[in-house]
Write a protein that binds this ligand. Structure first.
Ligand code: SAH
Length: 269
């Protein structure tokens, strides 16, 4: 384990904490390191969007707390989660903080690590497969392609606290000028704003894929275009959690699905 900071003198023997990426849902996408950490944990704090199969690796006697806001539970305030982590580590527990996808991609992992460091605790972080990577992969197409995209932008559709929000028109222009793929997290509820902004820079026929619950048994997806995005979201009924992928790489999806002999009903719109 890497411990960058020594604990202040006089601190009681602490436990340890690992922020673990649980991947997008399919438990087979867990890393071996994640499985080892989950198996060893005495306390597990579980976020939203952690696949059910992932928890099968936990010891039966592990104390498991669900702190996510979906599934009928009320969301636990971030400060409370950070407090729970601190208390457990200080009580000598082996704590795993389990987060959907990758802990450091839109998962507040950064905030949690900073808060632990302020308390003199250096957590370990185990990467997970982020939903933005897994989404289009399940449809058989890549995020970069020598002829279609020379880079990828992971961006949140959720307006940032106290921030100006994403300038979608500028981002669209960059996608156009630099031949990038746009991977939008948390974009469903802002789809109107995203579509309008991107259309200022990108043609309406720009291909878009929306993938709901990627890698989970209930995964659904919609292949559409920027111009038809809102209408197709409505008719398909796709909702959160979903990843939107915008750009020419999405052209590879239809071909891949056809080659794989995918039934028409598997691809909405
Ligand atoms: N840390 C996570 C992202 C957390 S933000 C990761 O690396 O994947 C939550 C957003 O992630 C959701 O609103 C959705 O946009 C996306 N997301 C998470 N899991 C998903 C899944 N299985 N399928 C599609 N999108 C998902």
């Amino acid at each position: 384990m890497n411990r960058l900071n020594e604990l202040p003198a006089g601190t009681p023997a602490p436990g340890r904490i690992t922020l673990v990426g649980a991947g997008p849902g399919d438990p087979d996408l867990l890393t071996l390191k994640a499985v080892k950490a989950i198996r060893a944990a005495s306390v597990i704090l579980v976020d939203d969007l952690v696949g059910e199969g992932v928890m099968a690796h936990a010891r039966p006697e592990a104390r498991v707390t669900y702190v996510g806001k979906r599934g009928g539970c009320k969301s636990t305030p971030q400060a409370t989660i950070e407090q729970l982590m601190l208390e457990a580590v200080r009580a000598g527990e082996n704590v795993v903080r389990l987060k959907g996808g990758d802990p450091f991609i839109f998962g507040r992992g950064g905030e949690e690590v900073e808060s632990l460091r302020r308390a003199g605790i250096e957590p370990e972080v185990v990467n997970g497969v982020t939903a933005g990577l897994a989404g289009i992969t399940t449809l058989g197409a890549p995020l970069t392609h020598r002829e279609r995209a020379q880079g990828v932008v992971f961006v949140t559709g959720h307006p940032q606290k106290d921030g100006p929000g994403v300038d979608w028109a500028r981002l669209g222009q960059a996608v156009q000028d630099l031949r990038l793929t746009l991977v939008i997290y948390m974009g469903i509820s802002s789809a109107t704003r995203i579509q309008a902004g991107l259309l200022a820079a990108l043609p309406p026929e720009t291909p878009v894929a929306v993938i709901e619950r990627a890698t989970c048994p209930e995964q659904r997806q919609c292949l559409t275009s920027l111009g038809a995005l809102l209408d197709d979201l409505k008719t398909s009924g796709l909702g959160s959690p979903a990843i939107m992928v915008v750009g020419d790489v999405v052209k590879g999806v239809r071909a891949a699905l056809q080659e794989a002999g995918a039934a028409a009903h598997e691809v909405l719109a």
